[in-house]
Design a protein around this ligand. Structure first.
Ligand SMILES: *Cc1c(COP(=O)(O)O)cnc(C)c1O
Length: 271
């Protein structure tokens, strides 16, 4: 949608962005510039600013992370918009990848900016992460004017097609609907709080073993030094360079945390 709105736009995203972004940019044949990331997983605002400044004549298409995959880091939408404002850039597109945290931030007391009132043009949330769909699925919310630009009415199915694939799964919307009916706002809030508390529990457990683990505010992604290969394989832990993480999803129990943390600690750090 951003490319349709700004065919010559440059797509910016941080090096901590999910690999699917670079893949889609390649498929689109779009121009893109990767921005440095901070060590905590957030985009490097100075690098973003300096890079946009060099290309002030080209509409920026910015892919912000609302919860990076590895660190659970949230790119600050206010700071990103301040950068655009400082260069008097009014023609831009701002998308947020909120795959996991899009289902956490609506329920916390002090969320980082994550929604349309923070200047987003679109936001995507996975259905098979926090919501727990057993089949891959997700939701993209976008402004109608941008959707209308890509929608094509298809006479023989009697509706407009706004997807890339065309045919799509009719079951997954029902799975999402069912989960939303089952948990409701209060249920999701309780599950979010359970997961946040469990993340803190995991951090304390790590500390008992002398392992420095941490998380971002409002994140259930617990980051710790990359452990030895044996424990990565046994628990299917996701490593990236010098770190690894566990994510305290609602089905995870304190017993599971006890077990995985003690095994990670006794395995020692890896390389
Ligand atoms: C998991 C994840 C994705 C991939 O989402 P899918 O819905 O599984 O395609 C993208 N971005 C982030 C930040 C993720 O954590």
């Amino acid at each position: 949608m951003a490319r349709e709105a700004f065919p010559n736009g440059i797509i910016y995203f941080s090096e901590h962005t999910h690999y699917s972004a670079a893949k889609l940019v390649r498929v689109l044949g779009a121009r893109s510039i990767m921005i440095r990331g901070q060590e905590n997983g957030e985009i490097d605002y100075e690098d973003l600013k300096a890079t946009i400044e060099l290309h002030r004549d080209v509409p920026p298409i910015i892919l912000a992370n609302i919860g990076t995959t590895m660190h659970g880091a949230v790119d600050n939408l206010d700071r990103i918009r301040d950068i655009l404002k400082s260069f008097a850039i009014s023609r831009y597109y701002l998308h947020a990848d909120a795959a996991l945290s899009g289902m956490l931030l609506p329920w916390v007391d002090n969320p980082q900016p994550f929604a349309f009132d923070s200047g987003l043009d679109s936001v995507s949330v996975s259905g098979h992460k926090f919501i727990g769909s057993p089949m891959p699925c997700g939701v993209v919310l976008a402004k109608r004017a941008n959707v209308d630009r890509v929608a094509q009415s298809v006479e023989y199915v009697g509706c407009s097609d706004t997807t890339i694939a065309g045919s799509r799964n009719a079951i997954t919307p029902i799975i999402l609907w069912l989960a939303i009916q089952r948990w409701g706002e209060e249920g999701f809030r309780a599950r979010m709080q359970y997961s946040l508390d469990l993340a803190d529990y995991a951090i304390e457990k790590f500390a008992e073993y002398g392992v420095r683990a941490w998380r971002h505010p409002n994140s259930i992604t617990v980051v710790f030094p990359r452990p030895a290969k044996s424990v990565i394989q046994r628990w299917q832990i996701a490593p990236s360079e010098s770190i690894a993480h566990i994510i305290t999803m609602p089905h995870v129990t304190t017993e599971m945390v006890d077990k995985v943390v003690s095994e990670i600690a006794s395995a020692g750090e890896g390389s």
